[in-house]
Design a protein around this ligand. Structure first.
Ligand code: PMP
Length: 289
C-alpha cells in the first residue's frame, strides 16, 4: 500500500480519510498542482509553487504551510521508493470541511491538504507518432487561469473525444483555440509559434511557460496570440504541452491533417530543447547537492 500525505501526516492510503463535509468533495471548492519527478529532481518546482500560491490567493483558500510542499513531495517520493525514474506528485488543497453552505466556513476551518505520488513514465512513442485531437466548443467558466479541481467540463469533453478515438480535446471559444482539457496548445506557421495568451481563458501551464522562454533563448519566433478555428487548416504544425507529456506533436485536429500528418521540424526542435532543459536542470541541481 502506498504512503500518502494528509493534513500534516504521512499515512498509508488505507488510512487516509476525509470528511463527507469536505468542501472539495461537496463543491469542488479546492485547487491542485501536479509536479514531475525526474529520477532525482523536480522540474521547475519554483514555477509550480508560484502557480499554487496564485490559485490559493485567487480562491482565498488559506494554507499556511504552503512552503512545506517541496519537502512533502520529496518525502512522498522517498517513502514510496520512487527515487529512480519518472513520477508525478499530485497535491490538492480544499477549503476544509464544514456543514454545507455556500458561504466560506465561519469561523475559518483548516484546509484539507492531500498529496500522493505515483510512477508515470514519459510516453516517447507519442512524441514520435503524434496524436489526433478533437475540436470542441469550450464550455468552461471564465476563470480557467485557476487550477481548480472542479473539472467536470474538462472531463465530459475529454471523455467524448476519447469515445471518438481522439487523444485530447481542442477547446474553441468564440471562434478561437484556447487549450486542451489538460494541456496547452501551440501552432506553427511559417516557422513562428502561436499560443493563446495567458488570460482567464487558459491555465498558464508550467511547460508552456518553459517553451516560451526556450523559444526566446533559441531565436524561435513566438507570438502569444490566439489562433482562430478558421485558420487551423493553414497551420503547418501543432503540439500540446503539459507536465505529464512534455511536448506532444498533434498531427490531426478533427478531420484536418496538420502539415504532412507527421510531427513537424519546429515541434521536434521544441521537444529536443525541452528535453535538454530538463537534463541540464537535473545536472545543475545534482551538482549543487
Ligand atoms: N491546461 C489545462 C486545462 C491543464 O489541466 C493543464 C495541466 N494541468 C495544462 C494546461 C498544462 O499545464 P502544465 O504544463 O503546468 O502541466
Amino acid at each position: 500500500m502506498d504512503t500518502v500525505y494528509l493534513n500534516g501526516k504521512f499515512v498509508s492510503r488505507d488510512n487516509a480519510w476525509i470528511s463527507p463535509d469536505d468542501r472539495g468533495f461537496l463543491f469542488g471548492d479546492s485547487v491542485y498542482e501536479v509536479v514531475r519527478w525526474y529520477g532525482g529532481f523536480f522540474f521547475d518546482m519554483k514555477g509550480h509553487m508560484a502557480r499554487l500560491r496564485r490559485s490559493l490567493s485567487e480562491t482565498r483558500i488559506i494554507w499556511n504551510e504552503i512552503e512545506s510542499f517541496p519537502e512533502v513531495a520529496h518525502e512522498l517520493i522517498t517513502r514510496n521508493s520512487l527515487d529512480d525514474g519518472c513520477s508525478l506528485v499530485y497535491l490538492q488543497v480544499t477549503r476544509g470541511s464544514a456543514p454545507r453552505t455556500h458561504a466560506f466556513p465561519e469561523p475559518q476551518v483548516p484546509p484539507t491538504v492531500y498529496a500522493s505520488a505515483r510512477r508515470q513514465s514519459l510516453d516517447t512513442l507519442v512524441w514520435e507518432r503524434g496524436i489526433s485531437i478533437e475540436p470542441v466548443t469550450d464550455p468552461r467558466w471564465n476563470r480557467c487561469d485557476i487550477k481548480s479541481t472542479a473539472l467536470l467540463p474538462n472531463i465530459l469533453a475529454y471523455q467524448e473525444a476519447h469515445d471518438h478515438g481522439f487523444a485530447e480535446v481542442c477547446f474553441i471559444r468564440d471562434g478561437f483555440v484556447t487549450e486542451g482539457a489538460h494541456s496547452n496548445i501551440f501552432f506553427v506557421r511559417n516557422e513562428t509559434l502561436y499560443t493563446h495568451p495567458a488570460t482567464n481563458r487558459i491555465l498558464s501551464g508550467i511547460t508552456r511557460n518553459n517553451i516560451i522562454s526556450l523559444a526566446a533563448d533559441n531565436g524561435v519566433a513566438l507570438v502569444e496570440e490566439a489562433v482562430s478555428a478558421d485558420m487551423i487548416s493553414y497551420m503547418h504544425e501543432a503540439f500540446l504541452t503539459n507536465t505529464s507529456g512534455e511536448v506532444v506533436p498533434v498531427i490531426k485536429i478533427g478531420d484536418l491533417v496538420i502539415g504532412d500528418g507527421a510531427p513537424g521540424e519546429i515541434t521536434k526542435k521544441m521537444q529536443r530543447l525541452f528535453r535538454e532543459k530538463v537534463e541540464a536542470w537535473g545536472e545543475e541541481l545534482l551538482a549543487r547537492g
